[in-house]
Design a protein around this ligand. Sequence first.
Ligand SMILES: C[S@@+](CC[C@H](N)C(=O)[O-])C[C@H]1O[C@@H](n2cnc3c(N)ncnc32)[C@H](O)[C@@H]1O
Ligand code: SF4
Length: 296
Amino acid sequence: MNMTSACNYQCPYCFVGLENLKAARDELVLEDKLRVIREAKECGLRVVSMPGRGEPMADRNFWTVLEETERLGLWVVVYTNGCLLDSAQIKQLKDSPVSLFLKVDSFDPDIYEQMVGKQGVFERLRRNLDVLLEHFHEPKIDGDRIITRLGINSVVTAQTAESIPTIHRWCQNHGIYYTCRSPVKVGEAAITWDMLVQDQAERLRAIGQQYTARNFTSSTELGQCGIYLFGITVDNNGEVLVCPDAHSDFGRIGNVKKSSLRELIRRRNEKFPLNSASGYCFVKTHMNSEEKTERE
Ligand SMILES: C[S@@+](CC[C@H](N)C(=O)[O-])C[C@H]1O[C@@H](n2cnc3c(N)ncnc32)[C@H](O)[C@@H]1O
Ligand code: SF4
């Protein structure tokens, strides 16, 4: 479920495009969001993922939606820039059925702030990471696996490439799940591509693969994209999508304001046959030409 498209950051690669980072006029209201979640539960939903067409925590309904998911016995995965959180909220989240996936592109304040397009925010992010470690993060060892509710993801660009090994090591030392990947050429990244990639597409992709076993934030243990394969995306305006990042350039499925979710799931499955290959990304395959040749 994509929450609001508003965001407090201006990342130069953002899927959404900087000019779209504001609340859409046709955004689902709270009642719609709750209805969709209840309907999805009836269709077998177990996990609500909030990948964010924008910053989920900037959605004024965020905490109310969270209460309802908890009441329904659902788990929620929130993708967040982590900057709007405060200590009290982190402590509250600890007792809620929630996992957090924070975006951190660098521990170097200058690079971090360049990559979020905002000055003076790194310190708050750094403090929130410390509070998360102290009050939220309780990794459990299960054989050779670490089960954790805290993840970090990075976008590998020419600016952040040197920062990736440090973030990776830090996550390893703290039992935090880590993924990173090179940019997908959509939204703002389609405009800033030359600056982000600088003819290093191959190198950035290799770094993405070197530092993470699963190259998706949403990856299953078999390396498939869990959201694409097992999920259905409801955008912030109610449009149903193949995946959270498959917006305007892909065929329309329908809108939860007009059709039942069950019917929309049926249409999605009919219109877009699923590819379960490991590493397959619906949007990357269609938008990044170098991925196309390799994956198709
Ligand atoms: C669109 S953001 C929304 C959630 C939250 N605002 C955040 O930044 O984490 C979700 C994730 O998408 C990733 N992302 C955004 N634009 C991207 C792009 N063009 N290519 C690859 N990943 C991208 C970022 O790593 C971010 O963590
Ligand atoms: S990537 Fe996330 S934090 Fe950055 S501008 Fe986009 S929605 Fe905001």
